[in-house]
Ligand binder design. Structure first.
Ligand code: CUA
Length: 367
């Protein structure tokens, strides 16, 4: 196949379109690591740019030299290459160049590592403290100064220092929100910390997930961080710290669900929902599973793997997913019934469809 100029132009155009397409896809990625939205990730980005441009210089330099030299010294009739062994100046030169490059990378890296360390006691007075606890396979978020406990969805105010202490309830997990923070492990028996100041409030959540293999449903262990304007954040706090809706204001179906939630099989030996879950303001005070006080107001279900309730989502679809979950959570998140630290029963084996329907309705109304 000959490459005439028309063909070459077409080839070039295709490559250009592909490249622009890829670049656009990269810009739109909600988990993009090169689109920082906090001081923390901007620091990481600055190191990345140093490495990127140095690598670019090496790439262009080496390939360029290879190209130029192979043309310059190409075989010509009658030409014989000069034979020699070793050249001290050259050896020193190409040992020194990588040393200089590595030092140029080392200095900003070390500086960034110190910059990224959480300040602990030296925090500004308006800083927000959050405790994140990894569980197989969900995230618990506690706000000790605000008396809030929630799961899988965290809210923080924009332009405010956020200090998150990281713990684990069982195995090693890892906390990562590419646009807001680097990855930090959550290790049993140890407290790590991560600190960042988000700089862009937006309606869409920043996506995070567990980034350390932690068992069967590791890939189903996700979470969201909402960066709110101050007023939105305060409204969220007000709602989260309130008790759950009172039984009287629930629909009839949901009231039946609330009763079943407390004790579906009295004396059967199966732990009722309230043995593991908390619904603030009710008898439910369990601490093994996620706090469900305002679960009906969350935007996702089951640690970020299904669309949730808040706002415009289809209530029938949410009801259906909840019924599936209560009937057999392993259908949605494999391994949940056999969780070492307390599995969730597959209620489909002991409750009727109508009963499960009522419990799902109750959860949906816990806004
Ligand atoms: Cu938790 Cu992976």
């Amino acid at each position: 196949m000959r490459l005439d100029s028309a063909r070459l132009r077409r080839l070039f155009a295709t490559a250009a379109i592909l490249f622009v397409g890829l670049a656009l896809v990269a810009c739109d990625d909600p988990q993009s690591t090169v689109d920082p939205k906090s001081d923390h990730t901007e620091t990481i980005q600055s190191v990345y740019m140093v490495v990127f441009w140095l690598a670019m210089v090496v790439f262009v330099g080496v390939l360029g030299a290879t190209l130029v030299l192979s043309l310059w010294f190409r075989e010509r009739p009658g030409r014989v290459a000069k034979q020699f062994h070793g050249d001290t100046r050259l050896e020193v030169l190409w040992t020194l160049i990588p040393v200089v490059i590595l030092v140029a990378v080392l200095v900003p890296t070390v500086r960034a590592i110190t910059d990224l360390e959480a300040d602990g006691d030296e925090l500004p007075s308006n800083a927000l403290r959050v405790e994140a606890i990894g569980h197989q396979w969900w995230f618990e978020f506690r706000y000790p100064d605000l008396g809030i406990v929630t799961a899988n969805e965290m809210h923080v105010p924009v332009d405010t220092v956020v200090l998150i202490t990281l713990k684990s309830d069982d195995v090693i997990h890892s906390f990562g929100v590419p646009q807001l923070s680097g990855r930090v492990d959550m290790i049993p028996g140890r407290t790590n910390a991560v600190q960042f100041t988000p700089n862009e409030a937006r309606a869409d959540a920043y996506l995070g997930q567990c980034v350390e293999f932690c068992g069967t449903s590791h890939a189903n262990m996700r979470f969201r961080v909402f960066v709110d304007e101050q007023s939105t954040f305060e409204a969220w706090i007000a709602n989260e710290s309130a008790d759950a809706v009172s039984t009287e204001s629930l629909s009839v179906l949901a009231q039946q669900g609330a009763t079943l939630f407390s004790n579906p099989l009295l004396g059967s030996g199966v732990t009722p929902c309230i043995g593991c879950h908390t619904v603030q303001g009710s008898l439910a005070m369990g601490e093994i599973g996620p706090n469900l006080t305002h679960v009906g107001g969350r935007s996702t279900l089951f640690a970020g793997i299904r669309d949730g309730f808040g706002g415009s989502e289809n209530p029938d679809a949410v009801q259906h997913e909840l019924e599936r979950w209560i009937s057999n959570p392993d259908d949605i998140k494999p391994g949940v019934t056999k969780r070492p630290n307390g599995g969730m029963p597959a209620w489909g084996e002991v409750l009727s469809r109508e009963q499960i329907n009522a419990i799902a309705a109750y959860l949906r109304e816990l806004k």
